[in-house]
Design a protein around this ligand. Structure first.
Ligand SMILES: *Cc1c(COP(=O)(O)O)cnc(C)c1O
Length: 222
């Protein structure tokens, strides 16, 4: 199967209203161009240097989502062109994106990363940390960011029931955050969970944005 075939298969399996981030990290530009030619515009990357090189040579209408742990000293490099930072995992990172975006004359769309998985994934807010942060109001004056929803990664396990329960927790957290802090903000609508191994379950459990790499591009090449 070619990249284009894989892409069409994934898209064909997504219900209406669910978006796809094609995760192109560690894959070369030729593979990205193949997906682009098949109509895909939103791509996910997790390393600033790799992203910068790709963004410089790929078409300008590609929408890049940053999905990895983002160091604050890298923010200024991506703030001018990034479509969304999905992996905002600390207040200090949020503040830095806000500061750099204001300086660049932009408003950057972000997601707040939830940490629900048991094991790995040391990044992200627990649901209670997230509620505490939002209740503090520290974000309310930030003019350079727009908080568009939540992102999470489920545990890396074959235990489908555990993964589904984690997605359900993320959805419940989203609903509570939406009701308490963003009821009047129609842009707060993104629930980004689901990867190659679990995106079908993720969609069945509240996701409306999946981030799929291996299923489209194959195993990562470097
Ligand atoms: C790599 C990555 C993905 C895609 O993973 P696949 O298993 O290749 O689909 C999704 N989300 C994040 C945050 C990632 O780092």
């Amino acid at each position: 199967m070619s990249v284009a075939d894989n892409l069409r298969a994934v898209l064909g399996s997504l219900p209406a209203g669910v978006g796809l981030v094609a995760v192109s990290k560690y894959h070369g530009e030729a593979a990205i161009r193949e997906a682009y030619a098949a109509g895909q515009r939103v791509f996910g990357e997790s390393h600033e240097r790799e992203l910068a090189a790709k963004a410089a040579s790929l078409p300008a209408d590609v929408v890049w989502h940053f999905i990895g742990h983002l160091q604050r000293n890298k923010v200024r490099h991506i703030v001018g062109y990034i479509g969304m930072v999905e992996s905002v995992d600390s207040l200090r990172l949020m503040e830095e994106i806000d500061r750099q975006a204001v300086a660049a004359g932009r408003v950057v769309d972000i997601l707040l990363e939830l940490h629900i998985a048991r094991e790995e994934g040391k990044y992200g807010f627990t649901p209670s940390e997230l509620l505490g942060l939002l209740a503090s109001g520290a974000w309310r004056g930030m003019r350079g960011i727009r908080i568009c929803g939540l992102m999470m990664m489920a545990s890396n396990t074959d235990d489908g029931a555990l993964v589904a329960a984690e997605f359900d927790r993320a959805k419940a957290c989203f609903d509570e955050v939406k009701a308490r802090f963003f009821a009047d903000a129609p842009w707060f609508a993104v629930r980004s969970w689901g990867m190659s191994g679990d995106y079908v379950s993720a969609v069945a459990h509240g996701s409306n944005l999946v981030r799929v790499g291996t299923r489209i591009f194959g195993e990562r090449v470097y």
